[in-house]
Design a protein around this ligand. Sequence first.
Ligand SMILES: Nc1ncnc2c1ncn2[C@@H]1O[C@H](COP(=O)(O)OP(=O)(O)O)[C@@H](O)[C@H]1O
Ligand SMILES: O=P(O)(O)OC[C@H]1O[C@](O)(COP(=O)(O)O)[C@@H](O)[C@@H]1O
Length: 306
Amino acid sequence: MIYTLTLNPAVDYIVRVSDFELGRINRSETDVKYPGGKGINVSRVLNRLGQDNTALGFVGGFTGRFIEDSLAAENIRTDFVSVAGDTRLNIKLKTLEETEINGQSTHISAANMGALKEKLALLKKGDTLILAGSLPETVSPGTYYDIIHTWVPKDIRCFLDTNGDALFEALRARPFFIKPNHHELAELYNVPIASPEQAAFYGKKLQTEYSVPHVLVSMASQGVLYIHEEEIVHIQPPRGTLVNSVGAGDSTVAGFLAKYEKTNDPKEAAIYAVAAGSASAFSEGFCTKAEVDRYSNNMQCERINI
Ligand SMILES: Nc1ncnc2c1ncn2[C@@H]1O[C@H](COP(=O)(O)OP(=O)(O)O)[C@@H](O)[C@H]1O
Ligand SMILES: O=P(O)(O)OC[C@H]1O[C@](O)(COP(=O)(O)O)[C@@H](O)[C@@H]1O
């Protein structure tokens, strides 16, 4: 079974105002609300790619109900822990540029954490758990480490997509797969990263230092670097027009997992990951399986030596 875990979900409120001006009343041209947070996005894209999964995490209040109802409407199984406050709202403002305001997370109590721990203890050998997104402000930065190292039973494949201290701490638990973007990788090593070669160098350093079997460094319009013990490959994205990059990274993670589940071939999975990320970036919402299949048929890996 595949489970996603979103400790800090959100309702993404995507507002388009092309001629936005500070200090006046702006009126939106379009606005939509989506159930969001990284693990939830991974669940939704996995589902579109035909991969059954269950979404776990914390939800609460009217925004939490919106998330549960939206996922139910897409036939995605959920097993959330209910919390007292409202799940946050994240504003994604589309003007000439994309600007994001991610809201404050709600309080997570010790009892909420205990309830989650009980659910995670029920995972079975061979299951996959995707831990994705930021941690709520009220939980310790070591939470992902604790979950991977101690809370889930042994032999669970853990995919991790987070940043900052949460990522730094969790690396010691040796997740099976990680997907930093190049900004997150740069932050981890306190260096600038602008080129695929620099991303390859620091991605390899990370892979070696923490013995992570699969590292995917995403670089938006520059595609991804896939790094494992034996080689490093660069996969360029397909051509297309950027429409909405919210959830492109989550689509990348879902694309990798969906293909890896079927083929056990990480390079094919990395190609499919780029196809899924870009297909979502070129859409208002998320990718469709037909688009991802089509893009992935025309993409290649280029080996990088460092
Ligand atoms: N402008 C773009 N053109 C083509 N593909 C894109 C673009 N932006 C994002 N993508 C696709 O989405 C993937 C993830 O984007 P990225 O911005 O690196 O992730 P994150 O959302 O985690 O920061 C990229 O590897 C690429 O496949
Ligand atoms: O947990 P964080 O880091 O605040 O990120 C949450 C936000 O990231 C998203 O999951 C999108 O992530 P990506 O664009 O990196 O795929 C949004 O749905 C959500 O608002």
